[in-house]
Design a protein around this ligand. Structure first.
Ligand code: ADP
Length: 161
């Protein structure tokens, strides 16, 4: 059976921590889709279209990675589209506590055979979050290497830095 994995998140914006998870997962699973969660309550720096475009550009060289978006219940999207792996990244015990609860709830809702799989962050990316990247960049701090180059340029433009 083909492994069809979905890596979910807000990705506002995608960071080097996210990209590292994607690059590693692309070698493990047959197909990987980056699924942007549409959350109208969350105020984002980049529009959904901008995030989708930025991610598509960065993952293009990988070959088996695509980008999509969804709203509503994750389990409905997963079951309706035949994904058999949900991928999430873990940075620390805070992530673990939150993710365990979500994974156990989702396990009840997913079709038979769908598994949530966790990849541990590479240690040098453990402190990177989209929120911290936006905060530091907005104040003119250097985040070189912590977000992909093409995304860094768009962040600097958004903050006039
Ligand atoms: P969400 O708002 O759903 O947490 P994020 O875009 O912040 O969305 O994160 C998406 C996924 O990527 C989550 O599983 C998160 O734990 C993981 N992640 C975020 N930053 C990193 C990082 N630096 N290293 C590894 N995984 C990460």
């Amino acid at each position: 059976m083909k492994t069809k994995a979905l890596f979910t998140g807000s990705f506002d914006p995608l960071t080097s921590g996210h990209l590292n998870i994607i690059e590693r997962a692309a070698k493990v699973f047959d197909e990987l889709t980056v699924g942007i969660i549409i959350n109208p309550q969350k105020k984002c720096l980049f529009t959904l279209e901008e995030r989708e475009e930025m991610i598509a550009e960065v993952v293009a060289p990988l070959g088996n990675v695509s980008v999509t978006h969804f709203s509503g219940l994750l389990a409905d999207f997963v079951n309706e589209n035949g994904y058999n792996v949900i991928l999430r990244g873990l940075r620390d015990s805070k992530d673990f506590e939150y993710e365990m609860e979500m994974a156990q709830m989702n396990a009840r809702l997913f079709n038979e055979g769908v598994e949530t799989v966790f990849f541990m962050t590479k240690p040098e990316y453990a402190y990177i979050s989209s929120t911290t990247m936006k905060e530091v960049c907005s104040l003119g701090g250097c985040i070189d290497g912590l977000v992909p180059e093409s995304i860094l340029e768009k962040m600097k433009a958004a903050y006039n830095k």
